[in-house]
Write a protein that binds this ligand. Sequence first.
Ligand code: PEP
Ligand code: MG
Length: 593
Amino acid sequence: MPTVRDGFGASEGIVEGKVRLLTLGLPVVQHRRVEPDRIEEEVACFQAAREKTRARLQELKTATSQRLGSMEARIFDPQILMLDDLEVVDRTVEYIRENHLTAAQAFEWRILELQAMWARTFNPMTLDRLNDLEDLHSRVLHCILDLPDPFDTAHPEEPAILVAQNLTPSMAVQFDPRRVRGIATDGGTRTSHWAILARSLSVPAVVGLGDITSLAEEGQDAILDGRIGRIILDPDERDREVFRGRETQIRAWEKEIFKIAGLEAVTDDGQPVALRANLDLPGEAEQAKNHGATGVGLFRTEFLAVGRASLPCEEEQYEAYRQVAETFPESTVVIRTFDLGGDKFPMFLRKPREENPFLGWRAIRLCLDQPDLFRPQLRAILRATAHGDVRIMLPLVNNVEEVLQVRALLEEEEDHLSAKGIPFNPGYKLGLLIETPAAALDAVELARHSDFFSIGTNDLVQYTLAVDRTNSRLASLFNPFHPAVVRQLHQVSRVARAAGIEVSVCGELAANPLGAFLLLGLDIHSLSVAWPSLPEIKKVIRELRIEDARKAAARALAAPTSKDVATRLLEGVGDRIDLSAFAGRWNLNVSPR
Ligand code: PEP
Ligand code: MG
């Protein structure tokens, strides 16, 4: 019997392979009292292990920089800094000298204390720090005990799907993608540092599976789909067929992608659509272009900050934004200001303990409170406006005051740049993400103060339905076809049209074929999707008729339930688009798994 587990897709791709259980057990540390005359030897042994670990992490950082880029390599900085953290070093030395512990025992003792302390302040940032600390724990102990790098021995000999409780960035960069086909973890989030690296390395990954390490067995057959966030253990013939179908489709598409990339995003009856890409890292811009993006509809800049030991400086940010702008010199590039908070928190910000991080100090609220973080970013984006149609977009805006505050800051920064003779485009556009019901209901007022809207359906659905988007247990309740969501989409689209400003959608709904059909039917002619979805959605756009979409959307707007919304849209699509290929992925009710 197959066992199916759903978590969250963290890195695209579908793979089949044998399970390799990765249990990076810590070496056993023997208790031994150190004789007084050997104490300094133990201290020296600890210091040498620190140096060796630092050298190894530096090595990994350099390799990552060469393989993926300097921005990605900065993910190692927090761990390197931890090696010098007095809280770690001084206490360990103190335990050796005062308690006569061995280097290994003293270090282990200190790490366990820190883990207990940090775990008490539960929040996503602490989880990432704990993860880094655990990795350091293992690395330093292996050095003290003169054991080989734990990951070298854990790396599979044969191509396999790694199943682990969680990973660390240093493990992720050590992967040989030829031998690690995919990764499935109990914990982790899409924003875990290692998941960001897995995306850059194009290794499919599914996170947040809860208990996958206790269900999976070494050598078991498995299929992993990083797009829908699913793993199937012991797949049956039907699962394999679906897998093969998807794989064949992907392979056929790989050939077709370049053909599709060169075609226009226009419906069968002539409605042009601006089809742009969502990016997490600047390095993805090239991929987006190759996959046929006509610009960038959402550049999530917070990945420049998450996992870093310090704030990326203005210059570094400017280079990242310029890189993206120069990849799309003729097209729109929308740069979203830091959407930090929620499940994305950089280490350098002292985060208060919050009961509800998604309802807390997040996005524009945090930036307006932290001018030292926000102003350099605004300056960097303003400077990037000199390189094309670069626009600024504000996340999680709830009211006009927030926009006015940002406008005032921008004016000051513009003056600052002008005074120094630094070029920028004074005619740049400032837009808002509409991602709370407050913003959707107040769109008329917000439209007076913004140059464009982009609807963030991931958050809009979360906040409208009160369903945590990161809770896999609630995944079936996270329904973008809920009538309350559809009506807000309609309302925002109408307001934007009346105000004469562009409206787009950059949430996942735009990458859902039925969602794209609905959005076009609601007169939203600009969609932004993760770059791997671009060819699929372009194909869907080219196959549908805007007239059918309008009629179906009108009927969907009058539907009493989510199911009726989906049914009416499916009727509208008819047999113009083959939705069976998307069925499993989007729960379209066409044909279940
Ligand atoms: C959204 O909320 O739909 C969105 C696009 O932003 P993010 O997923 O980064 O919150
Ligand atoms: Mg959002």
